[in-house]
Write a new protein. Sequence first.
Length: 220
Amino acid sequence: MKTDIERRSWTQNPEAVKQDILSVAISEFAAAGLSGARVDTIASRTRTSKRMIYYYFGDKLGLYTRALEAAYLKVREGEAALNLDHLPPREALTRLVAFTFEHHRQNPDFIRMVMIENIHNAEHLASSQVIRDMNIAAIDKLAAICRRGQEIGVFRDGLDPVALHWQISAASFFNVSNRPTFSAIFGAELFEEDAQERIRQQTVDSILAVAELRPLSSSE
């Protein structure tokens, strides 16, 4: 049991309190959805109270929106930590695709949060300037990789960074979102570690095939 001194120390660190709440909230919303999640349950799993949750986040919808923002922030911070700006463009794209695939695989709550928000027709995401700004920055980084690759002649002209982002996300997302149904129909072998490594590499290869400038064949 925590001492009074430990409790005071904790409550005097509001950022730590908020991060604790958001971490639990992501898990709860991912498991139960927006309508099914209960603030009482979230409070019981944190080191704070329901009153403090409302103090920091306003209401349940405010908490959900902030949790959604935090889930997106984690992936964007992971991308930033790759330091892709100083890598050759082909290596930069390879690392980005591999990271995205692995991040999604290791963070199923993020996938579930996105699935839930799609059920709500992205209503809450659309109202978040924070998420829009984060994702614009992500597209800008991918556009810079494409541009650098085009400048040195390894990527083809006309690449659409938004479409490329969609293709990277599609494979990485499906690998998690459809795992239960895919496993029920075809078996779970593709989700064992060795198979996942192969699929990750195939995803990287397929994105590179879309991006790379291919030499003309003798018949062309």
